[in-house]
Design a protein around this ligand. Sequence first.
Ligand SMILES: Cc1cc2nc3c(=O)[nH]c(=O)nc-3n(C[C@H](O)[C@H](O)[C@H](O)COP(=O)(O)OP(=O)(O)OC[C@H]3O[C@@H](n4cnc5c(N)ncnc54)[C@H](O)[C@@H]3O)c2cc1C
Length: 452
Amino acid sequence: MKNIKEIIIMGCGPAGLAAGYHLARKGIRPHLFDKDTSVGGLSKTVHWKGNKFNLGEHRFYTKYPEVLKLWKDILPRDLKTKKCVSRTYYNNKFLEYKNLYKNLGFNKTILCFLSYAKTRVSRRKSEETFEELITNRFGRKFFEIFFKNYTEKTWGLPCGKLSPERRTQGIKNFPLITAIKNSFENISPSLEKAPEIKTAITEPLYPKKGPGQLYEKIADYIKKRGGKISLNTELKEIEISENRITKAILNDTEYSPGEFISSIPLNHFIESIASLIPQTVRDAAKKLKFRNLLKVVLIYNKKGLFPDNWIYINNSNVKVVRIQNFNNWSKVMTVDRNSTMLGLEYFCGKNDDIWNSTDNELINLGLEDLEKLNLAKADFFSDGIVYRVSDAYPIDSIGYKENLKVVREYLDNISNLHLAGRAGTFGYDNMSYSVMTGIQSAKNILAGKKAI
Ligand SMILES: Cc1cc2nc3c(=O)[nH]c(=O)nc-3n(C[C@H](O)[C@H](O)[C@H](O)COP(=O)(O)OP(=O)(O)OC[C@H]3O[C@@H](n4cnc5c(N)ncnc54)[C@H](O)[C@@H]3O)c2cc1C
């Protein structure tokens, strides 16, 4: 192990905390910073009037044994397999995956199957956009009915402008694909079955008190081992000399890091060195854009509104994209066990009207959307809160890879910088990946190696 000066870790989400945990276990005392008031990043659990809610569903699943071990070491008793229900809502009805024609009706089902059959005989070779990927594999009719609305509401871009690569994983996890596969089971036996998807969707692991329970405990561990966690602290500026970060200004304080792990969104990191980097890198970085998340949380004085843990909304008459039912994740999420707490997800850009709406307007929008969908009646509404998350989703628009390459080539030359995490590497990734990149950054530092 080389002689390590102070290690600064930017971001107390899963990636930053995993890096801190790995270092703390090895007897090193890192200093973690986050601009937020609590730890967990996107995977936090928000504590509100004694209730607990999350920013997404946050199912725990991983293919990395090391990540699984970390999760289980931290929560040996409270991380349990959770049987989940998740359905897609289409045209004010729940889709019945084994019986799609019930939802679509005879004519639409035939059209879907015909357009799918067409893809089997005349597949195009190139799949350069998300639209091409789906129409090529499932047919245009399926694309129009099931993907277009949901995807465009989520990403704020036409499907023809979204890159296909990172979405192949995303679409595998979308329950509709299971539906389509089920529908075609007899027609096309060559379509593979995917047991790991079943685990990720229907039987993931889940902490008793929400995902934040795990990340809060990691933070406690780091502090117990002598590490420091400074919240409400934002990265302002960085100085680089001879390809090393020599100074970091956090709020108004200067630090001289030996090693520097950054898991904060790549655009924030680039802003901190903007005056030092070539124009081409700055231009490329500006094109790496993020989508914001608005979480509208509503409590209803009614138990058991629906059995789903989360619902994908594919209705064009509402703005909500996904709905979480927190009580179905864990009974301890609400103070009043006879109530139901729902989390409505809206995705938007910083300049969109919805992002700049007041909390009251957004709560009303949520109530109206749920009424329109026939999922909850506003008469039973008792309380609500709005939670705003900027830079939640890296947007993989066409060309993002080239811009990312320019940025990475520049940053990879900074010898004591280690990029980790989802937004930190501009990846559209889950907790497992973020934790793994955090662990890997810590390992690289311990081994005196440059980042991945
Ligand atoms: C709606 C939704 C649902 C999801 N569902 C799942 C799921 O079911 N399963 C799953 O595995 N994953 C899920 N994810 C993904 C998961 O939340 C992320 O992969 C994970 O939180 C990323 O961890 P991270 O540490 O890389 O980044 P983050 O969690 O984004 O943490 C980054 C941290 O950096 C801080 N920060 C940002 N800018 C600055 C700055 N300038 N200075 C200081 N600090 C800064 C932030 O406050 C934040 O705490 C979901 C995400 C969303 C949005």
